[in-house]
Ligand binder design. Structure first.
Ligand code: SF4
Length: 393
């Protein structure tokens, strides 16, 4: 049994413009000690999915369908007492804006101690010692001083670390981090990601990382799920996602990652913008932005299928690699013709000319989906065809 199992989760918001289905039939699972990423653009539903885990969706939002099980227990069926115990002791969340999570009128130490007291973890001197130890564990240079600091006295990176220390104070098995590195400079980002990886190993804590940044995913995650317009479009171990992206949206996101030594004048971007979730496109939700779209894409909704079998992912089964594109059920006539090039840190292309998996010898940090387009095979529409990487399988 996985630590966390989410099955067919569906979350709606009732707005003046209509019903927004922010998360639509979303399923995944996280094992103990695993670092799992949910990736997508703003508005994809990543944060709503995370808030749902702790039942933090408020009106006009509502979880309308699905199941959330934590160690086999039905989270959506918890009483208020069970829910209070679950939040903090079993699962904790840290948002991207630490200033909003820290109360400006209490010191950092008081806030960590209060969290532990409220969850019957520790009080008095024991709580103080544990708080300082946690601040040290998240690599705050002077934890004793940070303990007595007010939030406004901390830098952005330190405040984010203090929030993570607070979230860890009740020793949860699952830590949900919503865009933890947004707004931090790249050096601090790298340090924080190293700290998170270290924490996950030391405490055997599972991490659900919500991010729009695939670079962050490459640095510290085991598996990832790519989300588009409320749905999962691809899920895979991180190395496979980078070396062999199987959905055009994932390939587009990878092609847009900047890298050292990048010779491109402009970074390619996924053309267009995410759909209005009140009126989602028919068929494949990505079809208005997809350079490989065919008629079938506008009428038939592609299911998430296992690449190995081409069959829908069964309930409760963890697929190695799954994707929601008609290519993988044999319904796309033209196919996906981008290719993935593996480029090392010096800019050398080390992709084996056979294009076969396993020919890649460089580390994950060197992976990228190249932004070049094959003129012979690119779609005619320059609006959608010019910005995607090549693919050949
Ligand atoms: S189903 Fe069609 S529109 Fe959707 S990603 Fe695949 S090719 Fe593109």
């Amino acid at each position: 049994m996985a630590l966390l199992e989410v099955d067919d989760l569906t979350v709606q918001f009732y707005t003046e413009d209509g019903v927004v289905r922010a998360v639509d039939g979303f399923s995944y699972e996280i094992e103990r000690g695993e670092t799992f990423a949910i990736v997508g653009e703003s508005g994809a539903g990543k944060s709503v999915a995370s808030l749902s885990l702790l039942r933090l969706i408020e009106r006009p939002g509502e979880i309308v369908d699905g199941e959330i099980r934590f160690r086999g227990r039905d989270v959506l069926g918890f009483s208020q007492d069970e829910l209070r115990q679950f939040r903090g002791n079993d699962a904790a969340i840290a948002f991207q804006n630490p200033e909003a999570m820290l109360d400006p009128v209490y010191t950092v130490g008081e806030q960590i101690v209060e969290t532990m007291r409220a969850h019957d973890i520790a009080t008095g001197e024991a709580a103080r010692d544990r708080a300082i130890s946690l601040l040290e564990r998240v690599d705050i240079a002077d934890p004793e001083s940070a303990y007595t600091d007010y939030p406004h006295e901390l830098s952005g990176g330190m405040a984010q670390r203090a929030v993570i220390a607070t979230a860890l104070s009740c020793d949860p098995d699952l830590l949900i981090l919503d865009e933890p590195t947004t707004g931090l400079d790249v050096t601090i980002q790298a340090q924080l990601l190293e700290t998170l990886t270290d924490l996950a190993e030391t405490f055997d804590t599972a991490i659900q990382l919500v991010t729009h940044d695939l670079g962050v995913v490459a640095d510290c995650c085991d598996r990832a799920l790519v989300m588009y317009a409320g749905r999962a479009v691809e899920r895979a171990p991180v190395e496979e996602l980078f070396y062999d992206p199987s959905h055009p949206y994932t390939a587009g996101l990878l092609a847009s990652i900047p890298r050292i030594g990048d010779g491109r004048d402009r970074l390619p971007a996924v053309p267009g913008s995410p759909p209005d979730l009140v009126q989602v496109p028919t068929g494949c939700r990505f079809h208005p932005r997809c350079p490989y779209a065919e008629d079938v894409c506008a009428t038939r909704d592609p299911k998430l299928v296992e690449l190995e079998t081409g069959n829908p992912v069964p309930d409760g089964r963890r697929p190695d690699h799954a994707s929601a594109c008609h290519e993988h059920t044999g319904n796309l006539e033209g196919g996906l013709d981008y290719e993935v090039r593996i480029v090392d840190d010096r800019g050398n292309d080390s992709t084996d000319s056979s294009g076969q998996d396993g020919a890649v010898s460089d580390g994950l940090d060197g992976a990228e989906s190249d932004g070049q387009t094959d003129d012979e095979t690119a779609p005619d529409d320059p609006e959608t065809g010019g910005d995607h990487g090549e693919r050949s399988r």
